[in-house]
Design a protein around this ligand. Structure first.
Ligand SMILES: C[S@@+](CC[C@H](N)C(=O)[O-])C[C@H]1O[C@@H](n2cnc3c(N)ncnc32)[C@H](O)[C@@H]1O
Length: 323
């Protein structure tokens, strides 16, 4: 993270980490931003918006002010003004660490596309120290447990032991899935975009190797047929197009090997941005992508991986095999 990036460790009711703050480099503008945030938190949105505009006048490329202003405009129902402010936030930070592009996709102002890597890294680097308490304790996260149950049932139906020699955990995070499968795998490798999450995973001592990388890139340099189990718990929710990762997984899996993953889903077709700013994949789309990768779908069920705003989030659990 560059020196301008200052992360405030405030926590918000939805248990996500505090918003990223990128200083404008202008003390007066930063102060106005802070007052605006206070007003925003007190619920005085019009006054907060006025102050943010003043901050932006002092520092026209003040990304955090544009991003915050956009959120306020959205809350006030000012659709066009929100879009314009998100566009300014996006244009003023080449890495788009606030994820303004994602908000533009959700507002329908941009087609659904990939998330900027810098955004995912920043999000999870901030989240890493509190990830497990927040996700497991507060949001009832059960991605690894759902995968465990599904994999056991697939293996039991095939009358094969659920034991794997070489496993790869895509988007491994802090290592919750490795802990769940620890007795079922000989050796597990973790791949994750966020150095902060990888650091937490390393501390578990469960991984034979860990790599900071995009999951597709991480798979790409692995030899063909070198793994018998690949899993991704709650990680494909950050991937809009499953084709590249499923294609690479199919190549890296040995015959008889399994790929198990969760996604969030919705009632329609294709991929959308869900309310939680993660991708939701339609069931038909997931099936089609698995088949297109040349894998056989062995288990497919609807199951919720977590709760959000006291509601179960809709999800799918898929286990596919290389035949
Ligand atoms: C919600 S966490 C889940 C972590 C872990 N699998 C678990 O079940 O606790 C999602 C993880 O996916 C990682 N991630 C997101 N997009 C990724 C990508 N394209 N390549 C690798 N890791 C990614 C994030 O950094 C984050 O650690």
């Amino acid at each position: 993270m560059d020196r301008r990036a200052r992360v405030r460790q405030l926590w918000f009711p939805n248990n996500m980490p505090a918003r990223l703050f990128l200083s404008s480099g202008d003390l007066m503008a930063d102060r106005r931003f802070e007052f605006a945030r206070d007003l925003q938190l007190k619920g005085d949105l019009p006054a907060a918006a006025d102050l943010l505009m003043q901050a932006i006048e002092l520092a026209p490329n003040f990304t955090s002010a544009w991003f915050t202003l956009a959120g306020i405009r959205e809350e006030l129902g000012e659709h066009e003004a929100a879009i314009e402010a998100y566009q300014k936030a996006q244009a003023s930070d080449s890495g788009d660490r606030h994820g303004a592009g994602l908000r533009l996709m959700r507002l329908g102002a941009e087609p659904v596309a990939g998330m900027p890597q810098a955004y995912v890294q920043t999000l999870f680097d901030q989240y890493a120290p509190r990830f497990e308490a927040s996700l497991v304790d507060d949001l009832g996260y059960r991605g690894p447990a759902l995968l465990f149950k599904a994999v056991l049932s697939v293996r039991s139906a095939a009358r094969k032991p659920a034991f794997f020699k070489h496993a790869i955990d895509l988007g491994c995070g802090t290592g919750l899935a490795a802990a769940t499968f620890a007795k079922e795998v000989d050796e597990i490798i973790g791949i994750d975009l966020s150095p902060g999450m990888i650091e937490q995973a390393r501390a578990t001592g469960l991984y034979a190797a860990l790599e900071v990388a995009d999951m597709v890139e991480g798979l790409r340099h692995r030899p063909e047929s070198s793994a018998d189990f690949i899993l991704a718990a709650d990680a494909m929710v950050y991937v809009p197009d499953l084709a590249p990762v499923l294609g690479e997984a199919a190549r890296v899996l040995a015959r008889g090997g399994l790929l198990a993953f969760t996604v969030e889903t919705h009632g329609g077709d294709g991929v959308i941005i869900g309310g939680g700013l993660r991708y939701a994949h339609g069931a038909g789309h997931v099936r089609e992508r698995i088949e297109a990768a040349g894998l056989a779908l062995l288990h497919f069920e609807e199951a919720s991986p977590r709760t959000e705003h006291h509601q179960p989030v809709r999800g799918l659990v898929a286990v596919a095999g290389k035949t």
